[in-house]
Each structure stands twice: as structure tokens, then as C-alpha cells.
Design a protein around this ligand. Structure first.
Ligand code: NAD
Length: 301
């Protein structure tokens, strides 16, 4: 039976470490770290994520604000919000909550975020820094996966890793981070032929396809480390009950085979939020001169 890579528990350790770090630097800094979340429209899942991020900020001493535009907001209005936050000295991190309405150009909005406040690591400058292996703000979800693997004691050197999904948000930065940890990485995507064969070759499998239950037991060889990034709400079976969450991996079938596995919920999701907090505190320390750009918040032991 696989060991669970417990993101809930590790995220709580990060929060304890971050809370201490914020308290320690607060007097020197003069003001707490600030995170602004820019939300456009009323996507219900985004509403839940934004609330969770704000609550997590509160727990570690980050001051958060939500700038909520209606779905009818113009590109110019959202751009103006981002520019004001760029100029606001008490704002250390800016996050554009995706998805945004299709009428807006997300690429241009992400480009407008000051790279030093880009706590989602999606600005081309930070993505370029990642590719070059230079210090910078890193994408939260893949950084969270790397932290989970490190904490789980998974040796990545030379390992055959398969990443399913090649989005800018998850798959691409995940593949680069794994390569930088000396894994041998294969990237799979919707045009990949014989995906199941690739999966069966993998010693580490990161599923980020956004397809509920894509990976079953027959795709996983015994002893594989399985990381499930996918998150989907399964509609309730009976009226009046809440739907449950599931991932891209059929957890019950794969758990007996894998050496390690992340649950959904409680795996990668909480780590994404923890890395957002880390990035915000890192940007704040950078602004206050109380940390160096390379100093990542230490992994809690
Ligand atoms: P996306 O839709 O932007 O990208 C999906 C990728 O998967 C694409 O590159 C596509 O080519 C590939 N793909 C789709 N179907 C496939 C198939 N059948 N076989 C192989 N490849 C396939 O999605 P995303 O933003 O990268 O997110 C992926 C999943 O991760 C979603 O379920 C999303 O909700 C979840 N997610 C979770 C977190 C978290 O914190 N847990 C964070 C971000 C995204």
C-alpha cells in the first residue's frame, strides 16, 4: 500500500514556519506582507479558491485584499487595477485569479504584473528565470509538488518521470523543475500516442491533464510515485448532498500499487496555497531587504 504524500500536513508545517518568519521580520519591515488577488467575474470554483487563499494569508500574518471586478469589466479597467497594485508599496504580491472571462486578454494582464510581485510565477520573466535555473518567483503548483516530493524523501536523480499535461500553469514548469532535479522527463499531452505505455514506463507519474480518473491501475507499474494534480468536483449522487472531489488518478485502484501517492483532496491543492504564501513572504523580504533573492523559506523539518 502506497505511502500518502500528505499536502495538508506539509502545508500546515509551512504555515507555522512562515508565521514565525513574518513575526520575526515585521518590526524591521514596518508593515506586514501584502497579497492582492484580482478576480474578474463570478466563476464559483474561483470564489472558493480566493476565499481559501485569503484565509491562509490571515493564518500567517499576510494582509490580503480581493479586488473583484464584474464579468463585464473591460481590459482597461483590470489593467488599471494591476497598475495601481504595482505602484502600491504595501502590496508585495499580485495574483490574477484564472480563469477570467474570454472577453479579456489574460496574456496581456499577466504581462502587466510587476515581475517582483508575480507570486504566481506566470510572468514571462519569471518563467524565463525558471528555464535558465535562475532565482525568481516560481509557479506555485509545481513548486508545491517539488516540496511534497522532497519532504517524502523521493530521490529524483536519474528517475524516469512522466508529466501528463503541458500547460504553462502546471505541466511545463513541472517538467522543467523535474529536469533541474536531474530526473529524465517525458512530457505527455492530448496528442500523445499510447499514453498508457508511457505511463507504465514511469517511475514518477505527475497527472495534470484535467481529466477525471484518466490514470487507472493498469497504467501504473508497481512501486511508482504518483502525484495527482487534477481536481474535479463529482456531481452529488443525491439531491441535497455535496459532490465529492476527485483527481486525474483513480485513487482507490492505484493506491495499492504505488510506492507513494497524493490524495485528492489534501495533496497538491494545499501545497499550491502554501507556495503562494511562500512567494508572497519571499517578495516581502526582498522588498524590505531582510532576505536575499535566493533565500527560499526553509522547508520545515
Ligand atoms: P489545462 O487544461 O490548461 O491543460 C491540460 C493539459 O493536459 C494540456 O496540456 C493537454 O494537452 C493535456 N491533456 C488533456 N487531456 C489529455 C489526455 N486525455 N491525455 C493526455 N494529456 C491530456 O489544465 P491545467 O491548468 O494544467 O490544470 C490541469 C489540472 O490540474 C486541472 O484538473 C486543474 O483543475 C488542476 N489544477 C490543480 C491545481 C491544484 O492546486 N491542485 C492547480 C492548478 C490546476
Amino acid at each position: 500500500m502506497a505511502k500518502r504524500l500528505d499536502g495538508q500536513m506539509l502545508a500546515a508545517l509551512y504555515e507555522t514556519s512562515l508565521r514565525a518568519s513574518v513575526a520575526q521580520h515585521l518590526a524591521t519591515a514596518g508593515s506586514p506582507p501584502g497579497l492582492a488577488v484580482v478576480r474578474v467575474g463570478d466563476d464559483p470554483a474561483s470564489g472558493v479558491y480566493v476565499r481559501k487563499k485569503a484565509q491562509a494569508c490571515g493564518r500567517v500574518g499576510i494582509k490580503s485584499q480581493i479586488i473583484h471586478h464584474p464579468a463585464t469589466a473591460s481590459q482597461q479597467e483590470v489593467l488599471e487595477s494591476i497598475r495601481q497594485l504595482n505602484a502600491n508599496p504595501s502590496c508585495d504580491g499580485i495574483l490574477l485569479q484564472l480563469p477570467i472571462p474570454a472577453t479579456l486578454d489574460a496574456r496581456q494582464l499577466l504581462l502587466a504584473v510587476d515581475p517582483d510581485k508575480d507570486v504566481d510565477g506566470l510572468h514571462p520573466l519569471n518563467l524565463g528565470r525558471l528555464v535558465r535555473g535562475e532565482p525568481g518567483l516560481r509557479s506555485c503548483t509545481p513548486a508545491g509538488v517539488m516540496a511534497l516530493l522532497a519532504h517524502g524523501g523521493i530521490a529524483l536523480e536519474g528517475i524516469r518521470a512522466l508529466v501528463i499535461g503541458r500547460s504553462i500553469l502546471v505541466g511545463q514548469p513541472m517538467g522543467i523543475m523535474l529536469q533541474q532535479a536531474n530526473a529524465t522527463v517525458t512530457m505527455a499531452h492530448s496528442r500523445t500516442r499510447n499514453l498508457s505505455d508511457h505511463c507504465r514506463q514511469a517511475e514518477l507519474l505527475v497527472a495534470a491533464a484535467g481529466q477525471p480518473g484518466l490514470v487507472g491501475a493498469d497504467w501504473v507499474r508497481p512501486g511508482t510515485v504518483v502525484v495527482d494534480v487534477g481536481i474535479h468536483r463529482v456531481p452529488p449522487q443525491r439531491q441535497g448532498t455535496r459532490g465529492r472531489l476527485c483527481g486525474d488518478v483513480r485513487f482507490a485502484a492505484v493506491e495499492p500499487l504505488a510506492s507513494h501517492i497524493t490524495p485528492v483532496p489534501g495533496g497538491v491543492g494545499p501545497m499550491t496555497v502554501a507556495m503562494l504564501l511562500c512567494n508572497t513572504v519571499q517578495a516581502w523580504q526582498q522588498r524590505c531587504g531582510s532576505g536575499v533573492r535566493t533565500a527560499l523559506v526553509p522547508l520545515p523539518r
